[in-house]
Design a binder for this molecule. Structure first.
Ligand code: HSE
Length: 454
């Protein structure tokens, strides 16, 4: 049912003067904000032709910590008080590129309440409060667009909202955190350590202000929440995503994976099971080096959507960085601008994201997942370690497929034992490793990584 508030909000709108530009205000002048301004300036003629009107940025609200130095940011438009933007009746579209829950959440709500359409790149905000914001926007008769929130420059939100509106989605999975992918890629290709690779991602502008969100899997869990909400109209809390970051992945794991013909990738997986339960997980995993995902390197992202009628569909491209993210933000401004010019705000409803339409779905117990595993044990160099480890794995129904024991070093110390298993249940693997790691002959916690097929 369509909310009765929308037509009322529409009646309250002032008429747009014919031929007037779309007037934009921007909250945030950091890396992405600068990219947005650069793109609007450099592609102004093309954008105007495609939109059928001009876009004018009237006000930019910077944070004190923003380093506003770029030639793309006109100094005369910059101020520090959001009220100047929110209370300006001429500003029709607010672009939020501040990030984080607050103050961004309050500013977006105030913008919508003031009757302005909003374009945001804020995945944390959408994952936590997307449904309320969509409801508010629909009630106020304005648009809320968020293409840049997932996959940077990859148009995955449009694909789910529009291109695949006709199909039933079976699964959405892929690489959605550019920073983690960049780190793992450099660890493999250049044998760079984790910290140095992370610094590279920060210098390139891929990482979040607090990179913990990237490497802990939190950022990918936010993005997976948004994708799964759109795909299934499910009421999902990001805390329901079984989340494991890449911080524990060691250079040794990367090398062993390679020897077995695999590459370690940061994956996000959402799948609908029979009966409606959703499987939601974010974790590093070994993928076959000949697979498509293995070739998605650096800060690139890739999202694989499986539709019941369509079958598989893969989208890949730059998932982070100023200009790729700006492409999505500016294209959203163009779409919102088209709706304004046609007096058709709310043209593409995000019903699947509205609180009243969201359906509670059971989330599958992560312990039930069955897959093959890569296990790396660190044993003291004593006779019988291997036999004990193999005995425990067998007792917990974790079948060994391949096993490699490292040469003992002249200096002594721990000896690595790497096991690839056949399919085993996550709960059984966890229980077996608890027992293995309690052995006196085991020197350090065992590393366990899933092997993702397909
Ligand atoms: N920090 C994010 C990433 C930026 O590395 O993917 C894009 O959302």
């Amino acid at each position: 049912m369509v909310s009765s508030a929308a037509p009322r909000a529409a009646r309250e709108r002032r008429a747009r003067p014919v031929g007037a530009p779309i007037v934009v205000g921007m909250l945030g002048a950091g890396v992405v904000g600068e990219g947005v301004l650069r793109l609007l300036r450099d592609n102004a003629a093309t954008i105007e032709a495609r939109l059928g009107g001009a876009i004018r940025v009237k006000r930019i609200i910077a944070r004190r910590e923003d380093k506003v130095r770029s030639d793309a940011v006109p100094a005369g438009l910059v101020s520090f008080d959001p009220s100047e933007l929110l209370s300006d009746p001429e500003i029709e579209v607010v672009v939020e590129v501040v990030g984080g829950l607050e103050p961004a959440g309050t500013l977006v709500r105030r913008a919508i309440e003031a009757g302005k359409s909003v374009v945001t790149a804020n995945k944390a905000l959408l994952a936590a409060h997307g449904h309320e914001l969509i409801e508010l926007a629909e009630a106020r008769g304005v648009d809320l667009y968020f293409e840049a929130s997932v996959g940077g420059g990859i148009p995955i939100i449009r694909v789910l909202r529009e291109a695949l509106a006709s199909d039933r989605i079976l699964a959405v999975r892929g690489i959605v955190n550019g920073t983690s992918n960049y780190i793992l890629t450099r660890m493999r290709d250049e044998r760079v350590g984790f910290d140095a690779a992370l610094r590279g991602a920060q210098a390139a502008g891929y990482a979040e202000a607090d990179p913990t969100l990237d490497v802990s899997g939190g950022d990918a869990a936010h993005k997976l929440t948004i994708l799964a909400t759109l795909a299934w109209g499910a009421k999902i809390d990001p805390n329901q995503v079984d989340t494991e970051g890449i911080t524990a992945v060691d250079g040794v794991d990367v090398e062993h994976a390679e020897r077995f013909g695999y590459v370690i990738k940061p994956l996000a997986v959402a799948r609908e099971h029979e009966g409606g339960a959703l499987e939601l997980r974010v974790h590093p995993a070994l993928v076959d080096r000949r697979s498509v995902l293995a070739s998605v390197s650096g800060a690139l992202n890739a999202i694989h959507v499986e539709g019941a009628a369509l079958g598989p569909c893969l989208l890949s491209g730059a998932g982070a960085g100023a200009l790729p993210t700006a492409v999505s933000v500016v294209s959203d401004i163009v779409d919102v601008g088209r709706n304004l010019l046609a007096d058709a705000r709310g043209r593409v409803p995000t019903r699947a994201f509205r609180g009243e339409n969201l359906v509670e779905r059971p989330v599958r117990d992560p312990g039930e997942q069955r897959c093959r595993w890569f296990l790396r044990f660190s044993g003291h160099d004593r006779p019988g370690v291997l036999a004990r480890v193999a005995g425990i794995l067998g007792a917990f129904d974790v079948p060994i497929a391949e096993l490699v024991q490292q040469e003992r070093s002249a200096a002594g110390g721990a000896v690595g034992i790497v096991v690839l298993t056949h399919e085993a249940r996550a709960r059984d693997v966890r229980d077996a490793l608890r027992e293995v790691d309690g052995l006196a002959s085991i020197a350090a916690a065992t590393r366990a990584l899933r092997i993702e097929e397909g």
